[in-house]
Design a protein around this ligand. Sequence first.
Ligand code: PEP
Ligand code: MG
Length: 913
Amino acid sequence: MANSRTTKTKTTTPSKGSTARSSAPKGKATGTKYVYFFGGGKAEGKGHQKELLGGKGAGLAEMTNIGLPVPGGFTITTEACSEYYEQGRKFPAGLDEQVDKALAKLEKVAGKKLGDPKDPLLVSVRSGAARSMPGMMETVLNLGLTDQSVEGLAAKTNNPRFAYDAYRRFIQMYSTVVIGLSKDSMEAMLHDLKHYLGVANDTDIPAESLKELCNQFKAFFKEKTGKPFPQDPKEQLWGAIGAVFGSWMAEKAVTYRRVEKISGLNGTGVNICQMVFGNKGDNSGTGVCFTRDPNTGENVFYGDMLINAQGEDVVAGIRTPIKLAELERLLPKANKQLYEVRKILERHYKDMQDLEFTVEDEKLYMLQCRTGKRSPAAAFRIAADMVKERLITKEEAIQRIMPEDIERLFYPVIDPAIDKKRLEQAQIATGIDAVPGAASGQVVFTAEEAEALAQSGKKLILVRKETSPEDVGGMHVAQGILTATGGKTSHAAVVARGWGKCCIVGCEAIRIDYTKKQFTVGDKVVKHGDFLTLDGSAGVVYVGELPLVKPELPDAYQTIMKFVDQTRTIKVRTNADTPYDAENAIRMGAEGIGLCRTEHMFFDTEERRQAIQEMIVADTLEARQAALAKLLPFQRDDFYGIFKAMAGYPVTIRLVDPPLHEFVPHEEPKQRDLAKRIGVPFEKVKHRVEQLHEANPMLGHRGCRLCITYPEILDMQVRAIIEAAVKCKKEGIKVLPEIMIPLVLDKKELAILADRTKKLADSIIKENGAKVNYMVGTMIEVPRAALLANEIAEVAEFFSFGTNDLTQMTMGLSRDDAGRFLPDYVDEKKAGVFKDDPFQSLDQAGVGLLVEWGIERGRETNPDLKIGICGEHGGEAKSVKFCVRAGMNYVSCSPFRVPIARLAAAQAALENA
Ligand code: PEP
Ligand code: MG
């Protein structure tokens, strides 16, 4: 695993080895500014230039400009990275001159020179894209150290232990990150040294031993590369710049962007910054913090830090850090500075910030500032609190919430009703509560395994000593993550929080044995495949699969959703086929049903299945009508329940849609069984199933075409709808049924069915002496219907775009099978034809054109035509925004996605204003 990781990184970062000084860019400046300097209180860049400078570069520039203590440095733009790839991984011409100039300026500001044998300038080289990708790309620290300058540093600081610690870290990072040598081999040498010396912490290794370790590392480098460790700091610098650019396309970074749906970025920026040292002794340290609690959103300063350590130690989760609150006791001066910085930055950015800092000899330096990732609950609380604090407006609060935040708010917790004794008995360990929520699943120990097993639908808990960015794919598919080391800002915690995925870190009681595929806690053994439940809110680990339930929503959720509903201009309905779903959708904020798939009601019980099968097998009209009569009461009761649950909201009921063969069994034993149950010969059932067979059923005898052939199906369904509506009316329940005819392709086809519907409905209403208003409309799912929408609108009283079928038929891609190859079409490392799966996010360029055309043409005929969408896209944020722009009256989606659609509709209203 460890070796394969290194190999993976190596093969996906071809700039390695070729990024030595010899391959530094040659040529004249092109006039493009690739390098932005910051230092001495001024920065060339600005905080809003995230796209160009990356989040980190923009943050460093902004913090410099507002007078915060930031070490000097310069940022190479993301544009340079994009050109690097356009030119086949070659640095753009002119970059070298600009880097040289910026470096000279930095040397002046710092009063030190890179490579100076007596008092060397050391720099860090860090990545930073426009969107935060925590830990996914590379960093090299202490660059500029050589065999000579390390002596200078030791003499200058009078601290040889510190100097050699910095050098061994640099050799280690350069060798693994830039050259791609095995991380584990070098870590093993460090581990062996500690073992030999009998010390537990890196900080206890004396200078002489660190010097010896540097020699060991260099020998390892020579053995593996055939070359000595580079002693030219400029060669080191270009190697590191190339490695950072290369890491943009490393597998882990590409996977992260895919999972997070990040697209359209230039690449990564490179930040070269004067080093400050948190590893100078007990007056120094380094930390990561958030200006508010990223889990709850509470307005408290929150973070981890390590005394006498360098930045990567905290994030890597190698040592378990101390709480930020300890800083006041340990380094009071720096603590005061940090609190001041927190206040300034929150007021400046008007959002919760994620900060990295280093304290060198009691003096604070800010190394990073960016909008902090937060749990979904925290996202709501911070937005609502900041409106109260008058830091932001309601509109800004709405724009701050991500659709995913809502989705993730509904993650489960352990059922509070569970027997306490059972809970106590199941508990085996506690760790740090990194990300709230609960999860249960089977234990796996590697990310690869998790990815493989998740494909077969298994629920998994990924258990690791610590996670690294290579594990991101496995972390994503797992239900929860448990690590033995690390703090709340470790890689595992940061990544999992972004996804709202349950995560416990720093669970030091667990002893993992990767070879035996098990972990132990005392004498308890948990093996690969055993069930585990994590309570990420309390940091408790349980053996077994405990019952989980949906959580209570935070108050701030209601506050923000109230703003949302005041802002949006279109309605949000739901797709629901049962009274239960309808009630649930109302709780989620639905304002009607946009699609009730009536055929789902045929599957519910054995009795219903049998009645529909009998109807299909029937070979005379009378026999068919007799079977339909059995279905009538079921449908009528269901519609009654749904109307009641929707209490006056409009309910769109679609007549039967799927091809009939979907309702009958295809295997002989089941056909024999059916024949017996409905009292017909087996041959008859077999023959009917053969008759119904279609080579391409999706383009076959389905949708409204079924009712053209068998109008008695329409009669039964219309009767059930209208009789249920009449019953409601009589009971004083408001109803507004909208009868929807699916898959229409021609005006005449629709007219035949709409006329029949209206005649029957009116006669039932008349017979009952009731007053029921209803509408008859159609789905627009076939491209021809969209093209001829002006004609269709002469008959239809409303349109509902069925974009599942419309996508299938417009793109010529099977909605049932395309999933097998569509990932290649979306993967930016493969074909990258589409940014998103068109069955999930509407293909606005193609299918969207038909939707816009259909709306425009339909409203030419009937300006008041009510128009909505009921395909899966109705609950996907980008598609909802499209629907608002296109002028729809409502979107409809599954109950769970109703709040997402409400949010997206409000955001679209603000964007279009
Ligand atoms: C559609 O095609 O978009 C639709 C909603 O109908 P179904 O998914 O039932 O075919
Ligand atoms: Mg359809």
